[in-house]
Design a protein around this ligand. Sequence first.
Ligand code: MN
Length: 245
Amino acid sequence: MKILVTNDDGIYSPGLAALAKIAARFGEVKIVAPDAEQSSMGHAITSSRPLSYKKSPVSFDGLEAYRVNGTPADCVALGQHLWDKPDVVLSGINMGPNLGNAMWHSGTLAAAKQAVLFGMKGIALSTPADKIEPNFELLDPFVEKALDLLFKNPHLNLINVNFPHNPKGVRWTRQSVRLYDNRIEPGIDPMGRKHYWFTVIPLEPSEEGTDRWAMENDFVSITPLRLDLTNEAELLKAQLAYPIS
Ligand code: MN
């Protein structure tokens, strides 16, 4: 199995090194990651200037690794071009969770989505990195177990996985879709200038069975996703209510 490993935190992230190390147990691994942090870039691609890549300054225990002056989606595109279609793209392990509405702006997940658009399997992996730094040694067996499970299932092609700090088990989940407070928080910098933070805070508690619920209860959350955003129920209603002949 040919495994392309990327992320949105950039080539220097400890989460990328942790993921590459675990991935190497399953097949041949190459790393193609952004040269600088690309978190919250979503599914952006670089189309107004050329892309280039260089050998990584970081050693990944002998694994081939490259850094790209682009987004996570760019890395997948360039990676699959250079490596004649890998079987799977792993993106992460992101330093920060990717749950619920965060999937819309996640660069980590965008790399997995781009993989699926190219006909490969795409798996996004994330863990909180707040007051407590991730303990990748502790997470190692859970990451390995999740990958083993997902590699064995050919029907799952786009998957979002989140690991709590100290997992007590694994749950299949769905995306939490709740109201969010997309708030702009003003502040003043040391020079007296106004600046703003764009913050996203859930307004409602999480529902059982969702990704947020699993993580709040210390379970690894595995969410199968799809690229088709069509609202099937509304499409059917519209077709019936406004038939076009
Ligand atoms: Mn990130």
